[in-house]
Design a protein around this ligand. Structure first.
Ligand code: ADP
Ligand code: MG
Length: 724
C-alpha cells in the first residue's frame, strides 16, 4: 500500500464506528494528522517495575507473561471475577478483575502484556486489582534486565494523548505501520531550508523521527522546538500578512488639534499620567500617517485607558473629513467613532463615562446594545440621555449626526452603517477574536483606525504572537495617589475578622463586592459533590445574619439587561453597600467608592480572573482590600494564590502564570488556537522574535508565498481551523 500524508486513516486501518468517532474527536483524520499527533511525555521510567520490587500502595507498570486465566463469580454477590497471574524474570503477582468477564476471553496463556494499576496487599500477598491490561509484542529490554534505573536505561517509549476507544498504544502501533510503509520519504518540509539552518532546527523528517522515537531526551526536545517554531512561525505569517495589507489601505488623517485637545484634557478632574500622555502622542502619530493604525493599548486595571480613548475620540469627532483631491472639507458632518465593549454592563458604563468626559463639548453620543438604544443629549434636557428607537439611532449614525456610537457586539451587525467611520475602539479586546477584528475593519471603504485596549496582562511573547499584527503601547503607570491593595488569603476561621474589616469600611462610607463562583445552590439531590458558595445564598446570609444594618444587593449574568443596569446604577448611587456578584463584574466595572472585595472559593477562578476582580477596587485613592477565601488545601492552589497575593502588577502575574501552568489559565487562550506545544515555546522570547522577524521578511519579499507553496498550503489549512 502506498501511504501519503493525505491518505485517510480509515483507508489504512480497520476501524469500529466507535474508534472512528474517537479519531474524529481528536482531529485525527489523515496520515498527516497522525504523524503530527505528538507524545505528551516519554517512557514510564518511574512507574515501570520488576515484580520483585513491587510494594503495596504504589502505582506501577509491569511487563510479563500471563498465565492461570480463570473466570468465576464472587461468592456473595455473584459478580463476575477474572483472575490471572503475571510473571517476569524476577517473580509473580496475582491479578484480579471485578465485573470484567471478557478479560479472561481476550487473553490467553503465555501472552506478553503490559499492566498498569495499584498494588494492593491482603494477608501478606500482593495483587493488582482491576489493572489496565494491553498485549505487547515484546517486553522492553531494559526491564528484563534487573534494576531499570540510571541514564542509559531511560525508557523513551512515547505516551500519546488518548481518547476513549483510541489508546496511546493504538496510536503507537498505527504510527509504526505508517512508518513501515515509507511515509517519511513522502514528507515535504514547509519551512524554508535557510530558516531551519539559521536557527539549527532539524528537518521535518528528522524531527518526526526524533519526536516519536527519540534515542535520547535531547533529540525529543529539539524536535519539539522545531514544531513549536513552525507553529509560531505560521501564526506570525498570518498576522504579518494582515499587517502588510493594513499598511496598504487608506485611512482618514486625524490631526492632533493641539489647543483643543489640551483644553479637553485640562477639563479632566485629574492630570494625565505620563504614560497616558505618551500613549496619546504615539496614537496621534499613527493617526496622521494616512494608513490605518492598528494599536494595542495594554494597561493594568485602573491605569486610565478610558481617558486615553476619550481624548482620541474627541479629536476624531472634531475633525471634518477632507476631500483628498481638493484638500477642502468634503461635506458637513464629522468623522465618527465606534466604541465596542464586551458586555452590556460595560457598554452602559462607558456611555456614562463618555457623557461625563464630553459634557461640555456638545457632541452627540449614541448607545446601542442587544436590549435597546440611547442618545445623549436628550432634546428636552441637554444634560441627560434619552431612550430612542434603534432605527432612529441608526439613521442618525448613518447620516453622520451622531459622531460617537458605543455598543456591544450589536455594533458590528450589518444594519449598523456609518457615514464616515474613522476610528474603532475595542475595549477589553481579548474577548474578541482576531477574525472579528479583521471583519470589522474590512467592512469599510476607507479603512478605520483601530485602537484595541486590554487590561489582561499578556506576557510580551504572547502579545507579540497573538497580536503580531498590532503595535503595542503600554500604560505601565498607575495614576498618582493610588494605594497598593492589601491582598490576603483568609482562612475559614478568619471569616469574622474579615467581616469586621468590611464593616469598618462600610461605616466609613465605602462599598464592597463579594464574588461567588455560582449563581444558585446546587440541587442537593443531584450535585452533591460541588460545594461552592452561591450568589443567592450569600446575599441572603450576609443581609440577614452578618450585615443587617447595611443594604446588600446582588447581580448575576442571569438577570435581564434592564435589571442589571438598575442594580449597577443603584450600587453606583450608593443605594446598596454590598454587591454580591458572579464574575460578571470581572471586567472593567468602575465603582471608585468600592474599596473591599471578598472572593469566595478563590480556587475556582484563574489567576488572570482574580487579578481582574481585584482591579474592581483599585480605582480611587482610598486604601483597597482584597480577601480571598478558599477551602482548598491543595498545595498547588495555595501556591497559585500566593503568587496572586505577591505579584505587584498584572504583568508579573502573567509571567508567573505562564511559568507555572503553561499559560492555560490566561483568559481566552483557547480561542487563539495555539497548541500546548507552542505555549511551551512562548516562554522563549528569542524564538518568538526569530519567528516574527523571519515571517516579516518573507511577507515583505513574497506576500503570496509564491515561492513557498507548501508553506502557503499549511497556512491556508491553519486558517480553516481558525474560522471554525
Ligand atoms: P481602565 O484602564 O481599567 O479602563 P479607567 O479608564 O476606567 O481604567 O480609569 C479608572 C479610574 O481612574 C476612573 O475612575 C478614572 O476617572 C480614573 N483616572 C483615569 N486617569 C487618571 C489619572 N491620570 N489620574 C487620576 N485618576 C485617573
Ligand atoms: Mg476600562
Amino acid at each position: 500500500m502506498i501511504i501519503q500524508p493525505e491518505t485517510p486513516l480509515e483507508k489504512i486501518f480497520r476501524l469500529s464506528p466507535f474508534q472512528k468517532k474517537a479519531l474524529a474527536k481528536m482531529r485525527l483524520l489523515k496520515v498527516s494528522d497522525l504523524i503530527r499527533h505528538f507524545p505528551t511525555r516519554y517512557g514510564e521510567a518511574g512507574l515501570v517495575k520488576s515484580i520483585e520490587f513491587l510494594t503495596a500502595g504504589e502505582k506501577a507498570v509491569i511487563f510479563g507473561k500471563i498465565s492461570k486465566l480463570k473466570l468465576g463469580k464472587t461468592f456473595k454477590s455473584k459478580v463476575a471475577i477474572s483472575t490471572a497471574e503475571v510473571e517476569d524474570q524476577t517473580g509473580k503477582i496475582k491479578l484480579i478483575w471485578f465485573s470484567q468477564p471478557y478479560i479472561a476471553k481476550m487473553f490467553s496463556e503465555g501472552n506478553l502484556v503490559r499492566l498498569e494499576g495499584k498494588i494492593s496487599e491482603k494477608n501478606g500477598e500482593l495483587s493488582i486489582l482491576n489493572p489496565k491490561i494491553e498485549k505487547v509484542n515484546k517486553i522492553p529490554e531494559e526491564i528484563s534486565g534487573s534494576l531499570f534505573s540510571g541514564e542509559n536505561n531511560l525508557n523513551l517509549s512515547p505516551i500519546y494523548p488518548e481518547s476513549r476507544g483510541i489508546s496511546s498504544n493504538w496510536i503507537y502501533h498505527a504510527l509504526q505501520k505508517v512508518f513501515r510503509n515509507g511515509i517519511l520519504e513522502n514528507l515535504k518540509d514547509p519551512i524554508p531550508k535557510n530558516i531551519l539552518e539559521k536557527y539549527h532546527l532539524p528537518s521535518l523528517k528528522t524531527a518526526i523521527i526524533w519526536i516519536h522515537s527519540p534515542r535520547k531526551k535531547e533529540d525529543a526536545e529539539i524536535a519539539r522546538k522545531r514544531f513549536a517554531f513552525e507553529e509560531i512561525f505560521l501564526v506570525q505569517l498570518d498576522r504579518q500578512k494582515e499587517r502588510y495589507l493594513a499598511r496598504k489601505e487608506k485611512s482618514f488623517v486625524i490631526p492632533e488639534k493641539n489647543l483643543e485637545v489640551k483644553k479637553f484634557t485640562k477639563d479632566f478632574s485629574f492630570p494625565l499620567t505620563s504614560a497616558q500622555s505618551k500613549s496619546i502622542k504615539t496614537i496621534f502619530k499613527d493617526l496622521q500617517s494616512g494608513h490605518p493604525m492598528s494599536r494595542l493599548l495594554e494597561g493594568d486595571v485602573g491605569s486610565g485607558k478610558t481617558a486615553v480613548a476619550a481624548t482620541i475620540a474627541f479629536a476624531t469627532a472634531k475633525t471634518t473629513p477632507i476631500n483628498s483631491k481638493t484638500d477642502l472639507p468634503a461635506e458637513a458632518g464629522n468623522l465618527q467613532i465606534a466604541y465596542m465593549a464586551p458586555t452590556e454592563i460595560l457598554a452602559e458604563q462607558q456611555f456614562e463615562s463618555f457623557i461625563e468626559y464630553f459634557s461640555k463639548h456638545k457632541l452627540a453620543i449614541g448607545l446601542i446594545t442587544g436590549s435597546g438604544a440611547k442618545k445623549f443629549p436628550s432634546k428636552t434636557d441637554k444634560n441627560k440621555w434619552t431612550k430612542i428607537s434603534k432605527p432612529q439611532l441608526l439613521k442618525w449614525v448613518a447620516n453622520g449626526e451622531i459622531p460617537i456610537l458605543i455598543g456591544t457586539h450589536a455594533l458590528i451587525q450589518k444594519t449598523v452603517k456609518f457615514k464616515n467611520l474613522a476610528l474603532i475602539i475595542i475595549d477589553e479586546q481579548h474577548r474578541f477574536g482576531v477574525k472579528q477584528r479583521m471583519q470589522l475593519r474590512r467592512k469599510h471603504d476607507i479603512a478605520p483606525h483601530l485602537l484595541s485596549m486590554t487590561a489582561t496582562p499578556i506576557p510580551r511573547t504572547l502579545a507579540l504572537t497573538i497580536f503580531g499584527d498590532l503595535d503595542l503601547s503600554i500604560l505601565d503607570e498607575l495614576p498618582a495617589g493610588r494605594q497598593l491593595p492589601e491582598t490576603k488569603i483568609a482562612l475559614p476561621h478568619e471569616r469574622e475578622k474579615v467581616y469586621e474589616k468590611v464593616r469598618n469600611e462600610l461605616r466609613n462610607g465605602r462599598q464592597a463586592f463579594v464574588v461567588c463562583p455560582r449563581i444558585n445552590d446546587p440541587d442537593p439531590e443531584k450535585e452533591t459533590a460541588i460545594n461552592a458558595r452561591s450568589v443567592k445564598s450569600e446575599t441572603e446570609r450576609l443581609q440577614k445574619k452578618i450585615f443587617p444594618e447595611f443594604k446588600v444587593s446582588a447581580i448575576t449574568g442571569k438577570l435581564k439587561p434592564a435589571e442589571k443596569e438598575q442594580v449597577m446604577l443603584d450600587f453606583k448611587n450608593k443605594k446598596a453597600d454590598i454587591l454580591v456578584a458572579t464574575s460578571v463584574v470581572e471586567v472593567g466595572v468602575n465603582i471608585p467608592n468600592a474599596t473591599v472585595i471578598i472572593i469566595e472559593n478563590a480556587e475556582r477562578f484563574g489567576l488572570a480572573q482574580l487579578h481582574q476582580l481585584r482591579g474592581r477596587v483599585l480605582r480611587s485613592s482610598f486604601k483597597p482590600y482584597c480577601f480571598v477565601f478558599t477551602e482548598s488545601k491543595s498545595t498547588k492552589t495555595i501556591s497559585r494564590l500566593k503568587s496572586f497575593v505577591n505579584a505587584k502588577n498584572g504583568f508579573e502575574l502573567a509571567e508567573a502564570d505562564l511559568k507555572q501552568r503553561g499559560a492555560g489559565d490566561l483568559s481566552g487562550i483557547k480561542q487563539w488556537g495555539i497548541s500546548d506545544l507552542a505555549m511551551e515555546a512562548l516562554q522563549n522570547i528569542k524564538m518568538v522574535e526569530a519567528a516574527r522577524t523571519e515571517a516579516q521578511t518573507l511577507i515583505e519579499k513574497d506576500f503570496e508565498l509564491k515561492k513557498y507553496p507548501l508553506l502557503a498550503k499549511h497556512l491556508a489549512e491553519k486558517q480553516v481551523i481558525h474560522l471554525e
